[in-house]
Design a binder for this molecule. Structure first.
Ligand code: ADE
Length: 224
């Protein structure tokens, strides 16, 4: 899979892909991540990418031309399954959405700034709009990193058995059950006996019960 990220702040997007699971996925060649500085497509000597809003009002708007120039350059090199705009008024991101995007070959993530992008881009070129939650970030970069991370860990060959995504919270619409490791007792705090019993069937049943109980208690909305 290939993820192209378009941003005015490329430095905000480097470190998430330089550590841990995402780094390993890049090194293995499972995913290619390219970060494009929108300023390289800006006009004039200041490489301007924003301008005043027609009709007045506070805040700048990201211009059509630099964004189209960058997207069209990418489209001249390969075709894209989705051109996604990161914005707080997009569709709320969840595990199902991550699962769907992980099946794509090439996607573009466009990070918004200021008051957002010219509406004509949203009308004519953007295929999906994603929000990572009902709060406003300073820009779409951190949201793009969140979405990329959620996708990358699902790609075949990225996780091994120990870290398998199949047992993650949300994969079956349930929260994950509690987990424990050694020691079996710490300051009188004990690990549930059943996990030490060696009886795999009982342990599986216990985990399912725990997952259900936690979901009912903490996220009843998932069971509706
Ligand atoms: N840009 C600013 N806030 C955002 C959010 N919550 N989700 C996605 N992109 C954003």
């Amino acid at each position: 899979m290939r993820i192209d990220i378009i941003t005015v702040l490329p430095e905000l997007l480097r470190s998430p892909f330089e550590a841990s699971i995402c780094k390993r996925a890049v090194e293995k060649g499972v995913v290619e991540i390219e970060i494009h500085n929108l300023r390289n497509y800006g006009s004039g000597k200041n490489k301007q990418v924003d301008d005043y809003a027609f009709g007045g009002g506070a805040g700048m708007v990201m211009r059509v031309e630099p964004i189209m120039a960058c997207i069209e350059k990418l489209q001249s090199e390969r075709s894209y399954d989705a051109i996604i705009y990161m914005t707080p008024d997009g569709k709320r991101f969840d595990q199902k959405h991550a699962n769907r995007l992980s099946l794509f070959e090439n996607i573009i993530l466009l990070c918004g700034h200021y008051k957002g992008i010219d509406q004509r881009l949203r009308d004519h070129i953007i295929t999906e709009e994603i929000s990572i939650g009902d709060y406003v970030l300073s820009g779409g970069e951190l949201a793009a990193a969140v979405v990329s991370d959620a996708i990358i860990r699902l790609l075949p060959g990225v996780l091994n058995d120990e870290t398998s995504a199949l047992t993650d919270s949300f994969q079956d619409d349930l929260l994950a059950p509690p987990v424990y490791t050694r020691p079996a007792e710490f300051r009188g705090w004990k690990v549930p006996d059943i996990l030490l019993s060696g009886d795999e069937k009982k342990i599986d049943n216990w985990r399912t019960e725990q997952a259900l109980e936690r979901t009912e208690r903490l996220r009843p909305d998932l069971l509706e």
